[in-house]
Structure formats: structure tokens, C-alpha cells
Design a protein around this ligand. Structure first.
Ligand SMILES: *[C@@H]1O[C@H](CO)[C@@H](O)[C@H](O)[C@H]1NC(C)=O
Ligand SMILES: [Cu+2]
Length: 157
């Protein structure tokens, strides 16, 4: 009985922690191409990405017919060349979830012949997170200059 209670307690802790990490730490889930998914066609993936503000912790979901498409993460030059033969990672389940774990550009193309050339490619740009440490170091270096210009007020707002 005691063991069961402890197990229950541990389980509740895990549920609460899981809830916390999901809601606070994890970000937005983006279905690439929205309802059209990652099936090429007439979807303008450049346009799709340009309307989003990606952040570290967000999740990308690529959904597609795995007989006809895949997802290949490539370098910038291979992105421009539509070269899928030098992959950083290849996904092919048809329902791939990718968590953005850092800032930078994430270039994805379809590796099936001609698809990337036809526009099945997307550049996910993730800016550096704005961190408290950045604010501190920025104010530490900028404060004297700003103070002399009478702009120190901005720092406290
Ligand atoms: C895709 O995978 C996620 C979990 O990774 C699951 O929740 C979802 O139902 C799946 N969708 C389809 C269409 O299989
Ligand atoms: Cu494709």
C-alpha cells in the first residue's frame, strides 16, 4: 500500500512536471503547409514560412504521403541547388515531428526527383532567443553611453 501511494505521488509529480514543460517550455506546433501538409502541389512554402515567427522550442510537423515525398534537412547551398544527396537528416515516416532546439536556419527540401525544383522546399528561420543575460550584458556595456545621452530612463521602463 505504501509503495502504491509513493508510486501515485511520483506519478502526480511527473504529470504536473510534464504539464509544466509542455505548456511553458514547449512552444507552438506548426503543421508545415497547414492543412495541405507537405505534399508539394501549389503550396507556396516560402510564403507559408514568411507569415510565421519561429522560436526555439517550437515544433514542426511534416505530414505527407510517404510513397511520394520525404523531408531532407540540407545545408544552405544544397537548399539552393535542391541537392538531397548530402542530407543532414532525412525523415520519411509521413508524419515527422521536429523540435527546433536552437536558433538559425533550418533548410528542408523534398528528396523526390523534381519536387524541390517545383517548390517543395522551406527555410525555417529561427532568431536567437532574447535572454535576460543579453539584457544585462547590453545594459552593462551601453549604460554609460546611454546615461550621457540622457537615455538611461529607457532601461527602467
Ligand atoms: C502524427 O504524430 C503525432 C505524434 O507524433 C500524433 O499525435 C498524430 O496523431 C499523428 N498524426 C497522424 C495523421 O498520423
Ligand atoms: Cu515531394
Amino acid at each position: 500500500m505504501v509503495l502504491a501511494k509513493e508510486a501515485m505521488f511520483l506519478f502526480s509529480v511527473m504529470v504536473v512536471f510534464g504539464f509544466f514543460t509542455t505548456t511553458v517550455i514547449s512552444g507552438t506546433v506548426y503543421n508545415v503547409g497547414d492543412s495541405a501538409g507537405w505534399n508539394g502541389g501549389n503550396v507556396d512554402y516560402h510564403m507559408w514560412a514568411s507569415t510565421k515567427t519561429f522560436q526555439v522550442g517550437d515544433t514542426l510537423v511534416f505530414q505527407y504521403n510517404q510513397q511520394l515525398h520525404n523531408v531532407v534537412r540540407v545545408s544552405l547551398s544544397d537548399f539552393h541547388l535542391c541537392n538531397a544527396f548530402n542530407p543532414i537528416v532525412t525523415y520519411s515516416t509521413g508524419n515527422d515531428t521536429i523540435t527546433i532546439n536552437g536558433p538559425g536556419h533550418f533548410y528542408y527540401i523534398c528528396g523526390f526527383k523534381g519536387h524541390c525544383q517545383a517548390g517543395q522546399k522551406v527555410d525555417i528561420r529561427v532568431p536567437k532567443p532574447y535572454q535576460l543575460t543579453d539584457i544585462r550584458s547590453a545594459s552593462a556595456t551601453k549604460a554609460p553611453v546611454e546615461a550621457s545621452q540622457g537615455e538611461k530612463r529607457d532601461l527602467t521602463e
